[in-house]
Design a protein around this ligand. Structure first.
Ligand code: HEM
Length: 220
């Protein structure tokens, strides 16, 4: 085993800020939905709007980062090893079986993570952003009067936005369970905080070269 620098500083900043914003948008969103009571309705709307703008800004930076670093390739879906990964989570994990996918700097996501995160990035988050913006600008002040986006009613938007919110909450719950399934209960969490994770050493040469480059890059 060897300590490998696997999550760079922007990546960790983006991950934790996104996690906080999604949690906060869920909290304020479900207060708007009248499921919980915490900030008061008016404040919840105000905070939800602010957090939504913050998330939009973060998304723009994250897209830029993914493309300039080439990290978007980590999310290319693959079906290789997908079944063994599912079997591992359903059975192997309870029998102390080894992890079926080896984690490396160049391929840090297992096939199930690749599919799930790609679905989040291309489907759930865009649905939340688009329905949220429709929700925001359905009626907006224009000159002396009000303009309305040409949609029948807000109902369909509200249903889509709320369904997306349930999906995101389900994802967060599953994600929190799955981060405990690394080499140790806390190894994945620690890696996303410090950037370093203990990985198997056999690709040692290639890994440490990439590692050095990454470190040099981040130090510059
Ligand atoms: C950029 C992203 C987002 C935008 C622009 C946005 C925007 C909005 C707006 C404008 C509303 C209506 C507020 C009002 O009634 O005045 C709303 C409601 C809501 N939002 Fe978001 N939102 C976003 C992301 C999220 C996320 C990530 C979640 C959940 C994790 C979420 C959960 C909710 C919920 C549950 C409601 C209440 C829906 C209802 O009862 O009809 N939103 N959102």
């Amino acid at each position: 085993m060897k300590q490998v620098y696997i999550y760079r500083s922007f990546e960790r900043f983006w991950h934790w800020t996104q996690a906080f914003l999604i949690f906060f948008l869920g909290l304020t969103g479900f207060e708007i939905h009248a499921s919980i009571s915490f900030f008061g309705f008016e404040n919840a709307v105000k905070y939800h709007n602010i957090a939504a703008y913050a998330l939009l800004i973060l998304i723009v930076f994250a897209i830029f980062w993914h493309f300039t670093t080439g990290e978007w390739k980590q999310y290319l879906p693959t079906f290789k090893n997908l079944k063994s990964q599912i079997d591992f989570y359903l059975l192997g994990i309870f029998r102390n079986a080894p992890h079926p996918t080896k984690k490396t700097v160049l391929s840090k996501l297992n096939p199930l993570q690749r599919l799930t995160y790609l679905g989040l990035k291309l489907l759930v988050i865009p649905i939340m952003v688009i329905s949220g913006l429709f929700y925001m600008f359905y009626r907006y002040p224009q000159g002396q009067g009000m303009a309305t986006i040409n949609i029948e009613s807000l109902e369909i938007i509200a249903v889509i936005h709320t369904l997306g919110a349930f999906l995101l909450i389900a994802f967060v719950v599953a994600h929190i369970y799955l981060i405990t399934t690394g080499h140790t209960i806390l190894s994945n969490l620690k890696a996303m905080i410090t950037g370093y994770e203990e990985l198997e050493d056999d690709d040692h040469e290639k890994e440490s070269k990439v590692n050095k480059e990454v470190k040099l890059e981040t130090n510059n």
